[in-house]
Design a protein around this ligand. Structure first.
Ligand SMILES: Nc1ncnc2c1ncn2[C@@H]1O[C@H](COP(=O)(O)OP(=O)(O)OP(=O)(O)O)[C@@H](O)[C@H]1O
Length: 631
């Protein structure tokens, strides 16, 4: 049995009054690494600022060519995001298409940079495939009319030779469970609402059918003399960084197929994006805000859209985004459901959002791989009771524990049943620390750097250039700690993130699921640690249920909180799952409460009841620095 430190404290204090559910701790906690050492204020000053701090052993000195303060100049600006590349370097099918775009440019090889960067820095090159054993017994549910059967191999689906070659280049040996089901459904032309766990390969699941369909379909139209472009596919995502990532993935999948992918997102100069569009676009990956701007300028028309994919679809239809998405999908010139193919993907899909989403779909198939909204049990989840005043020293403990060959780490991790494999991956790992506010992110990053832990930060108050540079610096291991607000919670696929720390817990359990999903991806294991205290009480029940469901050990004190506050606190949480059956891995159309629209395809607007529960969302996000991050 794994027992948490907080449990031990709670047991020792078993004489505490029954009503007092919190484990008691003194405020004078001195973490092991600070015992017998000078006070923090006396910490040795790092000669050349935080960037000169010692790097963990896994990151060789030559890797520290850049940090937030001294980034190598090649890192400035966007890498590989659009950038006018492409041009049909000899791909099958492209030359048969009309459109009159300039195809003389050489198409840059999107596989080159990645291999060089990763091999230079990380020594455990195991990205040759996914641990499929981890997914062997995953439950799958499909519903809808005439569901096409799943496949076991990519070869069973005729995706086209160009795409097949790129799948091999990506070293995807066989499809992940969501791909096994979703790809045949989409290739058959069906609309799809798909829910599958974080890191399980959803990006390829919607990209492959789109690319394959465009390769086979009639060429895109372009009116001579017009500056308006007419993409055939639109992929929308909620954050700039996620759009950049999807674009990079889609470029790999479509390399030398002649299919042109362009990305457009806020915070970056629009002129460059306009030039990219003018060079030709089949698939447009965009954030909603920037897309609306392009539509208003009449530089993009949606009238030729044949494929619409919403990644993180529940977030896209959450209150913050829904009006913008409706405007793009329903009020511009996009063909209606039935005349386009729509694919919605996420790891979480609350029922009220499913209901909203059904407006965009025609006779769709619902697919749930794993339980809807569940976390993968590849992630070891720990939750510790840590008062706000102790969070920093507790964090310091964790980070010291991760450093190679340090005794405190071994002691610390022996308290919790973590495999040697995870310990060894932690020693050379990237650590992602989630906080609630932008100010909190800056302040924690500064404190970490001053204490010898190279860190950087990403949040909505940083310029786009700074955000992208921070991500690059983190990914490369130059700053192996990234302090982030929820802007980094969804979708980002950063290899070697072995530890996600919820320094501040989110208000919503779905946000927790996405945050911890930045580790434990593609069949690899990961660790997620959460600092819980009274301010997170509203999350106690859903957190303890989620942990139970993922076969994690739930601390006794958390169970006590869950029982004491079964419906969450009154503190503005937005637990949309509250009250009902938990984590329903099912199509909302099967739920009698939603029977009005059963059958899918042509539902009207939402019927009030269910969605009302999300009214707390605004509160949940306030202060988290969301708004400026999204476009
Ligand atoms: N068939 C496959 N074989 C091997 N690796 C794969 C396969 N499909 C996807 N991957 C890899 O798995 C990782 C996770 O994929 P992806 O980012 O698409 O996950 P996701 O389900 O979209 O996660 P999230 O819910 O966090 O957005 C990526 O690094 C991707 O390259």
């Amino acid at each position: 049995m794994r027992s948490s430190w907080a449990d031990a404290v709670a047991n020792a204090e078993s004489s505490a009054a029954a009503a007092d559910t919190a484990p008691r701790r003194t405020n004078s906690y001195v973490p092991p690494h600070l015992r017998n050492r000078p006070q923090a204020s006396e910490a040795p000053v790092v000669a050349n600022g935080p960037s000169a701090a010692r790097l963990p052993s896994a990151f060789p000195p030559q890797a520290s060519t850049g940090s937030r303060w001294s980034a190598p100049s090649r890192d400035i600006g966007r890498s590989g995001a659009g950038g006018g590349r492409g041009g049909g370097g000899g791909g099958g099918g492209w030359n048969t298409r009309g459109g009159g775009w300039d195809r003389r440019e050489q198409e840059a090889n999107p596989f080159v940079n990645e291999e060089e960067t990763h091999e230079a820095v990380f020594d455990d090159q195991e990205n040759t495939g996914i641990n499929f054993d981890a997914y062997e017994d995953i439950p799958v549910e499909t519903s809808g009319d005439n569901v096409p059967p799943p496949v076991n191999t990519f070869a069973e689906i005729d995706l086209g030779e160009g795409l097949n070659q790129n799948i091999r280049r990506c070293k995807y040996v066989k499809p992940t469970p969501v791909q096994r089901y979703a790809i045949p459904i989409s290739v058959a032309g069906r609309d799809l609402m798909a829910c599958a766990q974080t890191g399980s390969g959803k990006t390829a699941a919607f990209c492959f059918p789109i690319i394959s369909g465009i390769m086979r379909g009639p060429p895109s139209q372009r009116q001579r003399g017009s500056r308006t472009v007419y993409p055939m596919a639109l992929i929308l995502s909620p954050t700039r960084e996620l759009s950049i990532q999807i674009h990079e993935e889609a470029r790999k999948f479509s390399y030398q197929t002649g299919v042109k992918v362009v990305v457009a997102y806020g915070g970056a100069p629009i002129n460059q994006q306009l030039r990219d569009l003018e060079r030709g676009v089949d698939i447009l990956v965009a954030t909603p805000g920037r897309l609306v701007d392009l539509l208003e300028r009449a530089r993009v028309s949606l009238q030729n859209i044949r494929y619409l994919a919403l990644d993180e679809a529940d977030r896209m239809l959450d209150m913050g985004f829904e009006p913008q998405i409706r405007r793009i999908v329903e009020q511009m010139d996009m063909p209606p459901p039935g005349q386009r193919q729509t694919m919605l993907f996420s790891a979480t899909f609350p029922k009220e959002i499913q209901r909203l989403a059904s407006d965009f779909l025609y006779n769709y198939i619902f697919l749930a791989v794993g339980r809807v909204g569940s976390s993968t049990d590849l992630i070891v989840q720990r939750v510790e009771f840590v008062p706000d005043s102790d969070k920093r020293s507790y964090l310091m403990d964790l980070l010291h524990g991760q450093r190679a060959n340090e005794t405190p780490g071994k002691e610390f991790y022996s308290l919790i049943r973590i495999t040697d494999r995870i310990v060894s991956s932690l020693q050379q790992a990237l650590t992602l620390v989630f906080v609630e506010t932008k100010k909190g992110a800056d302040s924690l990053e500064h404190w970490l750097c001053m204490n010898g832990f190279p860190a950087t930060t990403i949040h909505g108050d940083r310029s786009q250039q700074e955000r992208e540079q921070a991500l690059r610096s983190f990914k490369s291991g130059v700053t192996p700690i990234l302090v982030a607000t929820d802007v980094a919670a969804r979708g980002l696929d950063i290899p070697h993130v072995a530890h996600v720390i919820n320094f501040d817990l989110p208000n919503d359990i779905d946000d927790y699921v996405h945050r911890i999903g930045r580790t434990g991806r593609a069949g690899k294991t990961g660790l997620a640690t959460a600092f819980f205290n009274e301010s997170s009480i509203s999350l106690a029940k859903s957190l303890s249920e989620l942990m139970q469901e993922a076969n994690q050990e739930v601390p006794q004190w958390l169970s006590r909180y869950a029982v004491a506050r079964p419906y969450g606190g009154s503190g503005g949480g937005r637990n949309r799952r509250g009250g009902g059956p938990r984590f329903g891995g099912r199509d909302f159309r099967r739920d009698s409460n939603f029977s009005r629209g059963a059958g899918g395809g042509d539902h009207g607007g939402y019927g009030g009841g269910g969605y009302g529960s999300s009214s707390g969302q605004g509160g949940g996000y306030s202060g988290a620095g969301f708004s400026s991050a999204w476009d």
